[in-house]
Design a protein around this ligand. Sequence first.
Ligand SMILES: [Zn+2]
Length: 189
Amino acid sequence: MNNFIESDASLEKCPALVLNADYRPLSYYPLSLWSWQDTVKSVFLDRVIIVNTYDRIVRSPSFNMQLPSVIALKDYIVPQSQPSFTRFNVFLRDKFSCQYCGSREELTFDHLLPRSKGGETNWDNVVTACSACNVKKGGKLLKISGMQLAQYPYRPSTEDLHRNGKNFPPNYLHKSWMDYLYWDVELEA
Ligand SMILES: [Zn+2]
């Protein structure tokens, strides 16, 4: 029984990288990964092609399967051309850094044109800011605040967000994933 639990636990650390039918990751950040259970299920449902495998076998009474490490969808999913305006996507556009001071701590949002002055909550008016800068700027206009903005807010494309997402690789990257990921940053050995 112990053995079973042990091997089951390490299976949890064997997700599959999920590629679209064009062999590009479905998403970079968070990286599109499926648990081994979902992966095995999708193989049985014939929805994916196994591109690469882990060096381990999943066994059940009725089958043995080399555990997939990279799978590709058989049906192409058309990426959203316009990313949704979400808190996460605003952070991603701004690379998880305060657009006033560059801090990566205690991030929140600032309305460039304050809401009290009619500023809207949209791509063109919301920037990532740390709480200190958010408080400092308060309800002031940028030019009156004396603060500098790293980049004016804009509506990003899906490509913009993909590009930024590549700067945040997850902690664990299996070697079989490397052919499908083009990180802009150096990977630690
Ligand atoms: Zn700041």
